[in-house]
Design a protein. Structure first.
Length: 231
């Protein structure tokens, strides 16, 4: 079973003269445990791929399968259940809860999934120690550096041990040193937990850290992309 399949996916926003096609007949497959980078300039369709993979929107045509589940046409409630169990997401805006401590932010997906207190405590401690942020557990997001907030967003995304984690340009606001620290964390999580990771970027140096790369331009997958078999 593949982690993610796009089969002839087209995504068009709007209608008539205002219609904009973000993806054009896109087909790709991502293997379980793969660390894949989607590379392309702004407007190339990278974020649309992530949103479709998470079931946050539905394709205009084609089908999307996540770990064997056909997301196409599923009702909102079913999509929410799948996302809650199978997907972690790191948004460009991070979406950390400012009134929650760092510990509580990382713990949130475990609470939503009704994990026991002992399990939540063990998992959050493990992740904060992995990132070297255990001493900031009681701090609030505003008290952290931008790089640390990015790390917390990644830890929160993997806390409930999802099958796949989707990251929308997580290094875009970081300098090269802080980006390297974040990428080290992402690489270690992929290695140690076997989680499938799809990360978007327009930075070739970031793409080089991934195990595979696909290049999108104007909603189309360019020939010669490596790391993922296309149909």
């Amino acid at each position: 079973m593949t982690a993610l399949d796009f089969d002839g996916v087209t995504m068009t926003y709007g209608r008539g003269a205002n219609a904009y096609t973000a993806l054009r007949n896109l087909s790709l497959s991502v293997r379980p445990g793969e660390y894949l980078c989607l590379m392309g300039s702004s407007g190339s369709g990278k974020t649309t791929v992530l949103n479709l993979a998470a079931g946050l929107c539905q394709p205009t045509s084609g089908r999307v399968h996540l770990l064997g589940h056909d997301l196409t046409g599923l009702r909102d409630r079913a999509l929410v259940r799948l996302r809650r169990k199978l997907v972690g997401f790191v948004f460009q805006t991070l979406n950390l809860v400012p009134t929650m401590t760092i510990w509580q932010n990382v713990e949130l997906p475990l609470v939503v999934n009704h994990e026991t207190l002992s399990r939540r405590t063990q998992r959050v401690r493990q992740l904060l120690e992995l990132a070297g942020l255990q001493d900031r557990a009681e701090a609030y997001p505003d008290a952290l550096s931008n790089g640390q907030r990015q790390q917390i967003a990644v830890l929160r995304a993997v806390a409930h041990q999802p099958a796949i984690v989707l990251m929308d340009e997580p290094t875009s606001s970081l300098d090269s040193a802080r980006a390297s620290i974040l990428l080290d964390l992402i690489t270690e999580l992929n290695r140690s937990e076997g989680v499938t990771i799809i990360l978007t970027t327009h930075d070739a140096l970031v793409a080089e850290r991934a195990g595979g790369m696909l290049h999108l331009r104007d909603g189309t997958l360019l020939d010669g992309a490596c790391g993922v078999p296309t149909k």
